[in-house]
Design a protein around this ligand. Sequence first.
Ligand code: PBG
Length: 325
Amino acid sequence: MNLINRPRRNRKSKAVRDAVAETCLRASSLIQPLFVAEKTKDIESLFDQKKLSLKDLRTFCETKLKNSKIMGVLLFASIDESLKNTQASEALNEKGLLPEAVRIVKEVCPHLEVLTDVALDPFSSDGHDGLVVGGEVLNDQTVEILKKMALVHAKAGADWVAPSDMMDGRVSEIRAHLDEHGFENVNILSYTAKYASAFYGPFRSALDSTPKFDDKKTYQMDFRNKTEALRELSEDLLEGADMVMVKPALSYLDVIAKFKENSDVPVAAYNVSGEYAMVKLAAKQGLIDGEAVQNEILTSILRAGADVILTYSALEVEQLLGARP
Ligand code: PBG
């Protein structure tokens, strides 16, 4: 054949392939979600993940996080059912599990960014992200609680607060409330386009936070929509979000790409529990090479346009990246 162009020439050796690689997965773009609880316990639905007691969280920081170069950790509290109520009042406890966990990570690993999830579902006896009255998830009343919750986290030392509730107008209210109290340097990572997704199953069973009635479709987005995500994006940018997130990630690469085109702040994507569990389970069954598939998935999320990825595999991937020749 008389070919001028032979694209294979640029793939002929590892050295060439590495030199021309367009997307590079690095630990510094990854955030590891961590769960804290009264007692340490394996999370069955999430394979290698555990809920950590505060004591074990400290040890984890000393042994696993101290030398880590990931961007940071996103903290979730798994509280006892007896502490949950309709007002989600434990969410505002300054001495609660979450603020204590923030203090521990900041003390042992000051080089890491500490992010906290801001939503009521892990604290609410209704299992909804907002305040429920008469079967309805109220918007404005929920935002009143969320902004106080964000302040509790900021006071404990959180570097970022991440509202995951999808109430309207919460970013600007949280921003104003943090600023009023002198926390203008605390960033907001907004869950901007968070879809009502069946991929959150393993996370909800980890926190026993499945909604007690209905679903989350009156506040989380309809997965049939993309233009609507741009509306959420414009709002969050106007309201002062420092980073905007798409969630889940893998089935929403088109939305991530749209965000990258239209956002002047960095874009994050959440590789959620169901995405992680599918890979782990298939690997366990010997159907796929789990490490290779996870690497490919995370790279595809970056290639779509994400700057930062929240993934349960962050620390594991960091180890593998370090180990690779
Ligand atoms: C809480 C919250 C959820 C997740 C992150 N924050 C669950 C939900 O909205 O029901 C899901 C994370 C995951 O599945 O990994 N608002």
